[in-house]
Every structure is written in structure tokens, then in C-alpha cells.
Design a binder for this molecule. Structure first.
Ligand code: M6R
Length: 612
């Protein structure tokens, strides 16, 4: 989720790197650094803060340097500091590395390098291990050392390495994190994202998983996973700068919706043991005894994060048998919860800076509760003030409407629920393993929900919705918070008044508003209460409401009872919100586009609400 730029050629490398890094800053980075090849030495300059801070620190030195690598960091392991910023150097300073992704086995590699080779580490990052590992294998051939190093690595990486003994050369490797080579004349480039290249070249080669590249000013050679040279197709980029920042999508929101399979995969990484089917949450600093004694959990959050909390409540109560209260943070802080021993507070915040959520966190801590934060931003206020943090690894979210952050919050909450259940013995091993398997399958199922065919079906429905000024979202049990989130998203960016209603509550009031054609989006994913939800739908049908059901492909009865359906893949009741909410995000997005709204920056709203 960070930004990489590398250059080897005839220009002033420092300038090319700084300009390239600036083009990646739109993603919201927190520290940056460059390494420049000068007279047989790799000179590293780093700065916490923006690329402008790095530029100041560089102060136009090293004008004669023609080769270097640069990086802007979005912190995952360790807060944004000078030391944790990339590039990372090996013990002797001979090797430098910039890295995007997560090295899952960094702890064991760190141990091995410390014990076997006596290496000392300077940062808290997982990435630093790469620099040392490459030096460990280096025998006058950087490419070979990188190949041997990544063979030891588990996890995801886009990495670029340089060596002071091979001054023109950059070596790249990719696994599950993008890396693009830019081809020039007597110069070549590498970057994690196309915007960093556009000022210099539009001729690119996209690296695939498992591939390596060695880059010098006059040549780029690609190798496959078996180290055999491969021919790559050269792609001509036609995007302008703005389109490139959005990955070719029209809006950041759509880009972020499409990033959800990867975001979910990252959030699950290192937290489930595939072979045993167990959840392992090292971040959760509670003893088994404390978990067994837990009497109550308070979940505190705002907006979309609050809706994630509502799903979390249902999952934790169902799986772990612990009573959960969920509060909108602005209400929590002014009520008088009955705090007692053996309670835990969980605060959820994408930004980690929401004023109301922070106030709730402080109140809970002041009253003696341990606080677990679920947040997407390392080093944020929430993460600093909480007792323990479970990061969502969604990467920077730019659109005001939260999408991938929400879905990764759900994943984090499911992990907490299963973990607590494992320890409390409230879930049979086979059921826990089935849920873990379900979570691991989510990235692929999300891809199905985001397929061209599915998106086209949603677009067709939005042609209908776009003309209305009011809409209803209904659902029961786990479908209800998803209905709330769907309604919020639609309001937020399309400005259509949308109301979420527990399907069983319709008859107690809102039904008065249902008349011919009124759009009703029904969430119908809960097998255990399918008949109940269908009978609520009948009531809407009887008043002429137009029902669009978001349901499972195997619930064959549903299509006969509604105007149109959107089919999700078969999914466990508990995990269904991960899939169903994505279809509501698409509904909000295409309706907003159809109404010509400002999708990424809706009126009156801000990405991070740091005032009460
Ligand atoms: O950064 P946070 O998660 O604490 O933000 C909370 C809400 O402000 C946020 O979720 C808001 O509701 C979103 N704009 C919804 O899309």
C-alpha cells in the first residue's frame, strides 16, 4: 500500500525520484525516503512526514547521481518515523531495499539472521529483513541474491533492491503487490503505480507474480519464477495523470470498491492458520482467563464504522456468547453506561482520528476498561491511545464514502468473534474451521460479486432507482445492519433520502410510505429466517412497492416473489454481510453517477471528522 519509484539512467536521479514520489502522495502517505548511488556508496535520506519534508532534507544534494530508489510509506509494521521509513539498508550498507507488502515470516527471518549472522536491526518494520537477507545471500550478483532471498519469504512484496557494488543496476521482484517497469531511451524506471511514470514514459511492462526484473539504463531483462528469461508485452499507457491516480477508474470510490478482494486478503494475512483452521490474534492482549471472564463488550464507533459494529455484535453474541452493546460514539460519551469489571471496549475507526470515537475511547479507559481499537491508520490517535490495536490492512481510502475500510472492519470483527469463541469453547472446532474457510474464500467470492456481469446487473437496477427521491432498505438479523449501511451510502453520495428498516418493523409505521413503484432494496441472505423475510416482502408487494432483492443464488424462491434479484454466491449466514454490502456500495455508486453527484467528495461531508 506504499509507493515505490526507481530510476537508472542519465538524469538527476534524486529529482526523478522526488517528482515520482509526489505523484504517489495522493494516496496519503506518512513518511518517505530515497537511496542514491554515489561513488560506490548508497546514500540514504529519509523523513517522517510528506515528500516535501524529504525534499527539504535532500536539499538538492547529489545532483550528479544517476541511479536510485525511493519510497513513500503507509505504515503497517511500526509507526511513521525516520527509522521505519524506507529504503532499508543491510548491515554493511551495501544493499538497500524498498518494499510494498507484508513479509509474514519476518519474525522468524529476523531471528535467523540475528542468530546465524549476528545482524542487527534498526527498525520495527517487516521490510528491513529483506535488505539483510539479500546481503546474506549476496556473492557479486544482486539478481541471484534477490532470487534466493525471496525464496525464503512468505507474504506479499513488490521490491526494488540496489547494491553499491553494481552501481547501474536495480533488481525488482513481485508477489501480490503491483510493480511496473517504465521503458525509456538510455534510461529505465520502475514504480508501484503508473502516475509516477507518466511524466517520463508511456511505454510500460507490468510485472506478474513470481517474476523478477533486472534494470540498467540500456536494458531490462525479465525472469520467471524459475529464473528463466521471459519476453514481456510492452503496453502503451493512454491514461492522463488524473485517470492514472484512480487506476483507470472514474472515481476513487469505484477503485476502492474493486480493491476489496485484496484488502480482505491482506487483513486476513497472518491471522489465520490455514492448516489448523484456527484464528491467531497476536494483537489481542487478553489472557485466556480474561477472555473466559468477559461479561460484556461495548463497541463504540460512528457512521459506517458503527454499522460494522452492529454486525460485530451479532457475530460475537452468536459465536462467543458475550453480550455486546453497540453505541454511536457521540451518544456513548453522554450516557451513563454501567461499567464493571470484566468488560472490554472496542472502538472502530477507519481514520483513527474521529473526535467522538476518541472521546468514547478516553471515557472507557478512564473508567478502567481495556480498549481494543480496530483502525486502518497506523500511528493514528486511536491507535496510540488504545491498549491494543487490530489493524485493518485496507490501504489508504481516499473517497469520503467508506467501502474497503468497512469490509475489512467486518473481517477484523469476525476474527475477534471466532477467536473469542475458540478460547471460550462456545464454537465447535468444525464450525470454527468452516467459518475460517469461509473467510479465506471471501476474496474469490468478492471477485464474483464485482464481476462485469454482476456490475452490469446493478447498473441496470440503478437506471430505475436514479429517478426516485426516496428509497428503503430492509433486512432482518445480519441483513439489518447491512441495510443501514446501504442506506447511509446511498444518502451520502446520491443525495436520495434512504431509510433502513428492520423488515419486521415495516408494519409498525414505515409501511405507510410504501406505494406503487417505491424502491425497496431487500437484503435476503439469512437462511435461518428466510421465510420471515419473505413474508415481510409480501407486505411490501401488496402495497405496490418495487422490491429489488439482494440474495443468495441458491435461494431460488426469492426471485419469484420480487421484481428483480441480485444473486450473491452461496455463503454462510454469519459471513454474508461481507458480500451483500458490496452490492449496496455498487448501488450507491452507480446511482450517484447517474444523478451526476460529486461521488468522491459529497457535499457537506469530510473524510475525517475531527471535531465534535
Ligand atoms: O474514520 P472513521 O471510521 O472513524 O469515520 C467514521 C464516519 O465518519 C465514517 O464512517 C462516515 O460515516 C463515512 N463517510 C461513511 O461512508
Amino acid at each position: 500500500m506504499c509507493g515505490i519509484v526507481g530510476y537508472t539512467g542519465k538524469r538527476e536521479a534524486g529529482r526523478v525520484l522526488i517528482e515520482g514520489l509526489k505523484k504517489l502522495e495522493y494516496r496519503g502517505y506518512d513518511s518517505a525516503g530515497v537511496a542514491l548511488q554515489e561513488n560506490g556508496q548508497l546514500i540514504v535520506t529519509k523523513a517522517a512526514g510528506s515528500v516535501a519534508d524529504l525534499e527539504k532534507a535532500l536539499n538538492d544534494q547529489f545532483k550528479e547521481v544517476r541511479v536510485g530508489v525511493g519510497h513513500t510509506r503507509w505504515a503497517t509494521h511500526g509507526p511513521p518515523t525516520d527509522l521505519n521509513a524506507h529504503p532499508h539498508s543491510s548491515v554493511s550498507g551495501k544493499i538497500v531495499v524498498v518494499h510494498n507488502g507484508i513479509i509474514e515470516n519476518h519474525r522468524s527471518l529476523r531471528r535467523r539472521l540475528t542468530e546465524e549472522a549476528g545482524y542487527r536491526f534498526n527498525s520495527e518494520t517487516d521490510s528491513e529483513v529483506l535488505a539483510h537477507l539479500i546481503e546474506y545471500y549476496y556473492q557479486d550478483d544482486l539478481l541471484e541474491a534477490v532470487q534466493r532471498a525471496v525464496a525464503d519469504v512468505e507474504g506479499s512484496y513488490a521490491l526494488v533492491a540496489a547494491c553499491s557494488e553494481e552501481p547501474d543496476l536495480l533488481v525488482c521482484a513481485r508477489q501480490d503487490s503491483p510493480l511496473i517497469i517504465g521503458l525509456g531511451d538510455g534510461e529505465n524506471f520502475v514504480a508501484s503505480d503508473i502516475p509516477a511514470l507518466l511524466a517520463h514514459t508511456r511505454k510500460t511492462c507490468i510485472m506478474e507474480d513470481g517474476e523478477f526484473a533486472s534494470i540498467t539504463p540500456d536494458k531490462v531483462i525479465f525472469y520467471d519464477a524459475d529464473s528463466l528469461p521471459v519476453e514481456k508485452e510492452v503496453l502503451q499507457i493512454t491514461w492522463n495523470q488524473e485517470a492514472a491516480e484512480k487506476g483507470g477508474y472514474d472515481h476513487f470510490m469505484l477503485k476502492e470498491i474493486m480493491e476489496q478482494p485484496a484488502a480482505v486478503r491482506e487483513t486476513l494475512r497472518q491471522r489465520v492458520d490455514v492448516s489448523s483452521g484456527l484464528v491467531e490474534l497476536q494483537e489481542l492482549d487478553l489472557t485466556p482467563e480474561q477472555i473466559l471472564n468477559l461479561d460484556k463488550i461495548y463497541i463504540i464507533a460512528c457512521g459506517t464504522a458503527y454499522h460494522a459494529g452492529l454486525v460485530g455484535k451479532l457475530a460475537i453474541e452468536k459465536l462467543a456468547g458475550i453480550p455486546v452493546e453497540v453505541d454511536v460514539a457521540s451518544e456513548f460519551r453522554y450516557r451513563t453506561p454501567v461499567f464493571a469489571e470484566n468488560q472490554l471496549a472496542v472502538v472502530i475507526s477507519q481514520s483513527g482520528e474521529t473526535a467522538d470515537t476518541l472521546a468514547g475511547l478516553r471515557m472507557a479507559r478512564a473508567r478502567g476498561l481495556k480498549v481494543l481499537a480496530i483502525t486502518n491508520v497506523v500511528g493514528s490517535s486511536v491507535s496510540r491511545e488504545a491498549d491494543q490495536v487490530l489493524y485493518t490492512w485496507a490501504g489508504p481510502e481516499i473517497a469520503v464514502a467508506s467501502t474497503k475500510a468497512y469490509v475489512t472492519q467486518l473481517v477484523a470483527l469476525y476474527l475477534v468473534a471466532i477467536y473469542l469463541a475458540q478460547i471460550r469453547g462456545t464454537l465447535e472446532a468444525a464450525k470454527a474451521a468452516e467459518l475460517v474457510k469461509g473467510l479465506l474464500g471471501m476474496p474469490d467470492q468478492l471477485k464474483q460479486v464485482l464481476s462485469e456481469e454482476s456490475v452490469a446487473a446493478i447498473q441496470a437496477y440503478c437506471d430505475y432507482l436514479v429517478k426516485w427521491d426516496h428509497a428503503f432498505f430492509i433486512g432482518r438479523n445480519l441483513d439489518y445492519p447491512v441495510a443501514m449501511e446501504g442506506a447511509l451510502k446511498l444518502k451520502e453520495i446520491s443525495y436520495i433520502h434512504a431509510e433502513a428498516c428492520a423488515a419486521g418493523e415495516l408494519k409498525h409505521g414505515p409501511l405507510a410510505l410504501i406505494e406503487k413503484g417505491v424502491p425497496v432494496i431487500a437484503l435476503v441472505t439469512q437462511e435461518a429466517i428466510l421465510d420471515k423475510t419473505l413474508s415481510n416482502i409480501q407486505v411490501v408487494n401488496a402495497r405496490g412497492g418495487a422490491v429489488f432483492a439482494i440474495t443468495r443464488e441458491d435461494f431460488k424462491d426469492v426471485s419469484r416473489q420480487v421484481d428483480s434479484v441480485f444473486n450473491l454466491p452461496r455463503v454462510n449466514d454469519v459471513l454474508a454481510p461481507i458480500l451483500s454490502v458490496v452490492s449496496t456500495q455498487l448501488i450507491a455508486y452507480y446511482t450517484a453517477v447517474g444523478r451526476g453527484s460529486s461521488v468522491d467528495k459529497p457535499r457537506n461531508l469530510a473524510k475525517s471528522v475531527t471535531v465534535e
